[in-house]
Design a protein around this ligand. Sequence first.
Ligand SMILES: C[S@@+](CC[C@H](N)C(=O)[O-])C[C@H]1O[C@@H](n2cnc3c(N)ncnc32)[C@H](O)[C@@H]1O
Length: 263
Amino acid sequence: MDAELLLAHVLGVSRAGLLTLGEVPDDAVARFEDLTGQRADRVPLQHLTGRAPFRHLELAVGPGVFVPRPETEQLVEWALARLAGRAEPVVVDLGSGSGAIALSIAHEHPGARVTAVERDPGAIGWTRHNAATRAAAGDTPVDVLSGDMTHPGLLRELDGTVDLVVSNPPYVPVGATVPREVADHDPPLALWGGPDGLDVVRGLLRTAARLLRPGGGLGIEHADQQGSALPALVRASGSWTDVEDHPDLAGRPRYTTAHRSGG
Ligand SMILES: C[S@@+](CC[C@H](N)C(=O)[O-])C[C@H]1O[C@@H](n2cnc3c(N)ncnc32)[C@H](O)[C@@H]1O
């Protein structure tokens, strides 16, 4: 499949277009061989094509930014259901990377006032680039903010007013084994979350509790081994009701949701 997608990329056709392909020029063959060689050396497909599909969008990606994963599409589905019926909901995406979550929400819920927060200076250029591309295409513009999701001063002006906080934070426990595509090509700040993988999440929970209005929603992606630990952490932090965990399409525990108490 990856070889087919790389050939389609080289020739500028869709994958289905390969079925009716005529003769392939020599320079395209050489380019294709180069790309399949790199893919065999575990460079991610999306870095070779420069594009990552996510829900209805195609995002620019490359070295320095986390490649968005299909698992995260479910978290966005949940977020959009939460926003249904609200004309201009205030949404914050903590740890935006390519902007996959923030830009999908702006695309699929026009009028949403979305802020994308990213700390990594190497990644935020990609966030800004994709946000500019989507705004130029007519989506509701997303504010991109350089900041640390665990910092107590982040977005103070939104305290108690946010309808929804979503995040796919770094959650891999330090020392875990990950595929070479991930270890060598996803940025370290996107992956590692301390000894139990939940270090950044602890700070995220304090920030989300401060930003959300009473009754506001929280959705956090997690590793499949954290389906009990993350809900337990949310419950223990004391600011939340309706704490639930949800599976991804493969049936593995994938994200935790809750509502800010006090509503
Ligand atoms: C797993 S990636 C998710 C990216 C994107 N939201 C997605 O779902 O594809 C986590 C992102 O959070 C960013 N990040 C890590 N720690 C952060 C922090 N303390 N504050 C803000 N962003 C952070 C990383 O740089 C990375 O872009």
